[in-house]
Design a protein around this ligand. Structure first.
Ligand SMILES: [Zn+2]
Length: 407
């Protein structure tokens, strides 16, 4: 497949972009090449890299609005976990499809997924069908360890890579974490885990192991550049030092952290340390959507009010967290619109009211826009949304209504 994008706005300039196979082949002032498809943007569209959502639980779309305004423990242990026990692989397939439709519409092209092993084939099928790029977690904790130990890791595909995903240090014991590290080393797999999300989790770790979570993991020899930790809220300076030294990536989940009143991520401290900050929505049971533009705005504003400093978490920094930093954490050459990068791209409708007068697109995108401005999405060199339309969405909504009745 080859696509020629004509007259598109890239970094404030009119450009032509040639996509061949799944990569950005050429960016120039004018390109004339015979291709299968030409998209003429007539200078009314800007192009950006697709967003990289670094912490998701796709099929939690099934629990959107199902358990709101509850304490963290009541939310997780009394509502979400019992409902999740009823899920089948087919439910997870449809729940994931709903999430992926929502993600495409809001400009996400790459996601870091973690959900139940029992629904793994359902999530994989949904991601392949919708054509997004993903790292899918093989989830493990004390409860399913015996099963996972003998589990054969599926073959990676052009779009899907696999990580090993221990749920958290309070559900995966030392034995499991050591096994995770071994598997990750042996297969060069990313590790995706919830970490230091609540004060209670840190307290419990100190009581059980006599040390804070990062010291605990460091002493297990667990930390390296393949670790991607969600939430990572309750970290002290010594822990930040270790995370920097070990090159771990942290995922900022502002909406979920606010909704469950978990705490505030130390954005500028983490950034100033030189630690890679990514952005993620978490699942829709704790957000309640998958909109990365909204996540950027809320994420920036939360930092400013928390620090009582309007300079905290600048628009360019949150946009970077939502794109190239995520790609770096997930180790794929995407997240930038540059020659040689993967063609994971979104088109922005510059005719929207909120892009006027148009001093600074980054600032407008983070503070003024909403995802309605996204018109078309390309992932891996293929159009997955064309003129705001995605094939088969109505059927998915119908099926979701049916499934939701059992909760
Ligand atoms: Zn999560």
């Amino acid at each position: 497949m080859s696509i020629l994008i004509k007259n598109v706005i890239l970094n404030n300039q009119k450009k032509d972009i040639l996509i061949e196979e799944n990569k950005i082949k050429q960016i120039d002032n004018e390109i004339n090449s015979s291709v299968e498809e030409v998209i003429d943007c007539k200078e009314k569209r800007a192009i950006l890299p697709g967003f990289v959502n670094c912490h998701t639980h796709l099929a939690m779309t099934l629990f959107r609005g199902f358990a709101d305004d509850l304490t963290f423990n009541e939310w997780l242990f009394n509502k979400i976990i019992p409902a999740e026990e009823k899920l089948t692989n087919e439910d997870i397939y449809f729940g994931s499809k709903l999430a992926l439709i929502e993600m495409i519409k809001s400009g996400t092209t790459f996601l870091n997924e973690m959900y139940f092993l029992k629904g793994l084939s359902g999530s994989i099928k949904a991601i392949e069908e919708m054509g997004l790029r993903a790292v899918v977690g093989i989830t493990v904790d004390d409860a399913n360890f015996e099963k996972v130990k003998d589990f054969k890791i599926p073959q990676k595909t052009e779009l899907i890579d696999f990580s090993i995903a221990p749920h958290a240090i309070y559900t995966a014991s030392e034995k499991v974490l050591k096994w995770v590290k071994e598997v990750s080393d042996k297969n060069n797999m990313l590790i995706h885990m919830h970490l230091s999300e609540t004060q209670g989790e840190v307290q419990e770790c100190i009581e059980k192991h006599g040390k804070r979570p990062i010291n605990y993991l460091n002493d297990l020899g667990f930390l390296n550049e393949r670790c991607v930790f969600a939430h990572s809220i309750w970290l002290n300076n010594e822990e930040l030092e270790i995370l920097k030294e070990k090159n771990c990536s942290l995922v900022y989940n502002p909406c979920s952290n606010m909704k469950l009143a978990s705490g505030v991520f130390r954005f500028d401290d983490v950034r100033n340390k030189g630690i890679n900050i990514c952005l993620g929505t978490d699942g829709t049971a704790s957000n309640n959507n998958l909109d990365m533009i909204e996540e950027m705005k809320i994420g920036a504003l939360l930092q400013k009010i928390n620090d009582i400093n309007p300079v905290s978490a600048k628009a360019e920094d949150v946009l970077k967290a939502a794109t190239e930093n995520g790609a770096k954490a997930l180790q794929k050459k995407t997240g930038k619109v540059e020659e040689g990068y993967l063609a994971d791209l979104i088109f922005i409708d510059l005719e929207k009211t909120y892009f006027n007068p148009g001093f600074n697109l980054t600032s407008d995108l983070v503070y003024s826009a909403n995802s309605e401005c996204i018109t078309d999405v390309i992932c891996n060199g293929k159009l997955v949304m064309r003129g705001k339309r995605i094939d088969g969405e109505e059927e998915v909504y119908k099926k979701i209504k049916e499934i939701s009745r059992k909760f």
